[in-house]
Design a protein around this ligand. Structure first.
Ligand SMILES: *Cc1c(COP(=O)(O)O)cnc(C)c1O
Length: 431
């Protein structure tokens, strides 16, 4: 893009950021550089690359030209200084916490989270002796109460999966700032089209690119965005990976050398290098292609979701609808502050007929697919009590927002009249 006085707008960045016609071939679409490794110009070039004196391609576990375009694009859309793409959203979380935590450290997470994140924090992270302390995303003060001398970060989702909670990010950011710890926001459900967490005080943004960012239900990927706002060198807490001399890079101190993008670098050169969850060039290409239409798709998703939620709210067989885009919703005011362009497309509702009605509803649908995913062009549905939350007790299911009557929708971009007609005929079959 040419240098002009006005910075390119969001939709322009979604199409162009990070990409240019291929220097070698003129290819206009970003090529899939399906190569594990890259030839050095000469021995000096090779040693400079390994010493982090210059940036370039070495080996696809550490980085790849297709991946680099995806990283620049996600960083530009979030307003960050740099990003790291990973094999999945879970890999992004693993690398972000691996960079921040030492054994015995704690982080605070809002308990209204994607179920897979709850498992990762409760089980896998315990093996590293990284300890999650749960707070309530609807009550910012609960994060402040949970802080101890071992707390190293605060984590929450902007729009929390699956219950449709929109989180008061500035209130939680203020608590993290006062405690001198970074604030990490999982922005998967909102995407930067609806919410840029950096503008609300986040220091690090995490994505599952698998969902609305890629948007077509065909590729798994994740990203870590460095907002460049956290002062690692000035912090009271010593984040060792960032501030201590690094034995594997000739004693280099990453925060000192790389400044406002040192977190992204640390996640790559320590986390990705050693733990290994690199994204494939093919998936990076698929996700880049999806991101080009993010603004168009998010407008359609939000528009359709509001129409479906409005329809359900008025339906006699529906007990309640939890969609922050509805004026009647208790998170509507927060939604208008945090993601004013729309409340996203994932929400839950309850059927008066309970468990049997939930099963009957998902079985009667023809256009909506019954499966465990969100953020596809297609409309998706799941009945958590009989699937994802099956193994829990009734009590645990209720606490997780997955009671017997709960149905979760991820509203797609089909014609809204067809989505509503399908839901209507399925509800007709429910007792
Ligand atoms: C899906 C999801 C994740 C995990 O991402 P994967 O790409 O499946 O590893 C994390 N957070 C949220 C909010 C998600 O929806």
């Amino acid at each position: 893009m040419n240098d002009t006085n006005s910075a390119p707008k969001f939709s322009t960045l979604a199409v162009h950021a990070g990409a240019a016609p291929d220097a070698a071939t003129g290819a206009r679409a970003t090529p899939i550089y399906q190569s594990t490794s890259f030839v050095f110009n000469d021995a000096d070039h090779a040693s400079a690359l390994f010493a982090l004196e210059i940036f370039g391609n070495i080996y696809t576990r550490l980085g790849n030209p297709t991946q680099a375009v995806l990283e620049s694009r996600v960083a530009a859309l979030e307003g960050g200084t740099a990003a790291l793409a990973t094999a999945s959203g879970h890999a992004a979380q693993l690398l972000a916490f691996h960079t921040l935590l030492e054994p015995g450290d704690e982080f605070i997470a809002g308990r209204q989270l994607y179920g897979g994140s709850v498992n990762q924090f409760n089980h896998a992270f315990k093996k590293f002796n990284w300890n999650v302390v749960w707070a309530d995303s609807t009550d910012p003060a609960s994060f402040e109460r949970a802080i101890t001398p071992r707390t190293r970060a605060i984590f929450c989702e902007s729009i929390a999966n699956p219950g449709g909670v929109v989180v008061d990010l500035p209130a939680i950011a203020a608590i993290a700032k006062k405690a001198g710890i970074p604030f990490i926001v999982d922005n998967t459900l909102a995407t930067p089209y609806l919410c840029r967490p950096k503008e609300h005080g986040a220091d690090i943004v995490i994505h599952s690119l698998t969902k609305f960012m890629g948007g077509h239900g065909n590729s798994i990927g994740g990203a870590i965005v460095d907002c460049g706002s956290f002062d690692w060198q000035g912090a009271k807490i010593r984040y060792k990976t960032l501030v201590e001399p690094n034995a594997s890079y000739n004693g280099m101190r990453l925060a000192e050398t790389f400044g406002d993008f040192s977190f992204a670098i640390a996640c790559r050169v320590m986390g990705l290098r050693d733990l290994g969850p690199a994204i494939s060039p093919f998936n990076a290409f698929m996700l880049l292609t999806g991101i080009e239409t993010l603004p168009l798709r998010m407008r359609a998703h939000c528009d359709n979701a509001l129409a479906v939620a409005t329809y359900l709210e008025a339906h006699p067989k529906v007990a309640w609808v939890n969609y922050a885009g509805l004026p009647s919703n208790r998170y509507h005011d927060v939604q208008r502050r945090i993601c004013p362009a729309g409340a996203g497309a994932v929400f839950t509702f309850g059927l008066k007929g309970g468990y049997e009605a939930g099963i009957g509803f998902v079985s009667g649908l023809r256009i909506l697919s019954h499966l465990a995913n969100i953020g596809d062009t297609r409309s998706l549905v799941i009945h958590p009590a009989s699937t994802t939350h099956r193994q829990l007790t009734d009590e645990q299911r209720k606490a997780a927002g997955a009671g017997p009557d709960v149905v979760r929708l991820s509203v797609g971009i089909e014609d809204k009249a067809d989505i509503i007609a399908d839901i209507s005929q399925a509800l007709d079959q429910v007792a």
